[in-house]
Design a protein around this ligand. Structure first.
Ligand code: ATP
Ligand code: MG
Ligand code: MG
Length: 381
């Protein structure tokens, strides 16, 4: 009996545990809080990620360790890796945890990236604004997620306000200034690399964010074959350089038909949730296969799929469940503003079929605004 240890007990750990059940896997999830939603399906060890006695107990009970979130302290990942196999490896995790290291690596690999500069102090912010221009975004280098820890500057007159908002974090998690990209679309490559170097990617996904939080994803993205190929080649280059094992997502902007990289998420990713019902092998199954050294599954998809995120509170499931291609996921979380509490995936064999299903479900849910950009993309805009 193999036990997979997961650091972090959110919805990603929960979906990993659900995916692992048919493979005969056991799980142990470690989280800092007792009501972590993965705990509804897997034994939960409550402890601090920096506490060596909690980590020792965790390590003694699992055969392999992986992550449900990227902000596990790198030192804890290394501590564990000295005792039990950890995938992705802690040095890959360390790169993905730091926007400066990550963007420097993109550049090194020839992956286009928006202009960026390290901002260690207030003076450096002025210099970076002068060099990069406006609009631009000040972001924390570490610990940001769902658009948290970011400040958008329209002009250099916003520098004081930006520093007011984030300056205190320059000394703790670091800051980076990035050019704002007026993209036409956001895309992500969700891909997987096995222990032996085998690489597979799911079809490119198009994503829409609201207030920095993912709202909807569409697969396959409506892009031409050359763009698709380039995006996947970027993901592959990154995975190979980092000797990455497991599933990851590369978030991309597309402007005037040209790609630039936003960030690397070293884990299963929200923009890959559609793979549960939309692909031959889901990202959760393939992540488990990868970290266990099993053969990877086919990443092909059937038809077209759209994922809608539920933020704050769950809507009524009826309008989705009534659809033939409608699938519902409730993470069992308490409602809270801005919190990802569930998602739905709608799937159809044809683009026209998906449009019909989405339009009906969107109306039934009262979520016309959420589905509108996806319908536009399917229509070819
Ligand atoms: P995630 O939850 O994806 O980890 P995050 O907090 O790490 O989010 P980003 O992915 O950097 O944040 O930014 C969130 C969203 O904000 C992006 O998906 C994009 O819509 C927008 N955004 C971020 N950086 C830029 C940029 N340089 N130009 C334009 N839009 C941007
Ligand atoms: Mg991120
Ligand atoms: Mg992101």
């Amino acid at each position: 009996m193999t036990t997979v240890g997961i650091l972090g007990g959110g919805q990603l750990a929960r979906m990993l545990a659900l995916a692992g059940a048919p493979l005969g896997l056991r799980f142990l999830v470690m989280d800092t809080v007792a009501d972590a939603c993965a705990g509804q399906f897997a034994p939960l060890l409550v402890g601090d990620y920096r506490d060596e006695s909690a980590l020792a107990e965790f390590a003694s009970k699992v055969d392999v360790v992986t992550f449900d979130f990227e902000n596990v302290p790198a030192t804890s990942a290394e501590w564990l890796a000295a005792r039990v196999p950890v995938f992705p490896n802690p040095s890959a995790l360390a790169v993905a945890q730091d926007r400066l290291a990550e963007k420097t690596l993109f550049r090194e690999l020839g992956i286009p990236v928006p202009e960026f500069m390290d901002v260690p102090d207030r003076l450096a912010l002025d210099a970076a604004i002068a060099a990069i221009g406006t609009p631009c975004i000040l972001k924390t280098r570490r610990l940001g997620y769902d658009g948290k820890g970011q400040f958008r500057l329209k002009s250099s007159a916003d520098a004081d306000a930006a520093w007011q908002a984030l300056g205190a974090q320059a000394a703790t998690v670091g800051l980076i200034l990035e050019a704002f990209v007026p993209f036409e679309r956001e895309l992500s490559v969700v891909a997987v690399r096995g222990r032996g170097g085998e690489f597979r990617a799911w079809p490119l996904t198009e994503n829409w964010h609201v207030d920095g939080v993912l709202s909807a994803s569409l697969a396959p993205a409506q892009v031409d074959a050359a763009l698709h190929h380039t995006a996947i080649a970027h993901a592959r280059a990154l995975a190979e350089r980092l000797d990455y094992v497991g599933v990851f997502a590369l978030e991309l902007f597309c402007r005037d038909g040209v790609l630039s990289a936003n960030e690397l998420a070293p884990r299963v990713h929200n923009s890959g949730h559609w793979t549960i019902e939309g692909a031959e092998t889901s990202q959760f199954h393939n992540h488990l296969r990868a970290v266990l050294g099993l053969p990877l599954g086919d990443t092909g998809m059937r038809g077209h799929a759209c994922m809608l995120n539920w933020i704050g509170a769950m809507p009524d499931a009826g309008p989705v469940l009534r659809e033939a291609g409608g699938h519902w996921h409730d993470y069992g979380k308490q409602p809270r503003d801005g919190r990802k509490v569930g998602h739905a995936t709608l799937r159809s064999d044809s683009g026209a079929g998906l449009m019909a299903v989405l339009a009906r479900a969107g109306e039934g849910l009262g979520r016309q605004a959420q589905v509108a950009p996806v319908l536009d993309a399917l229509r070819g805009r």
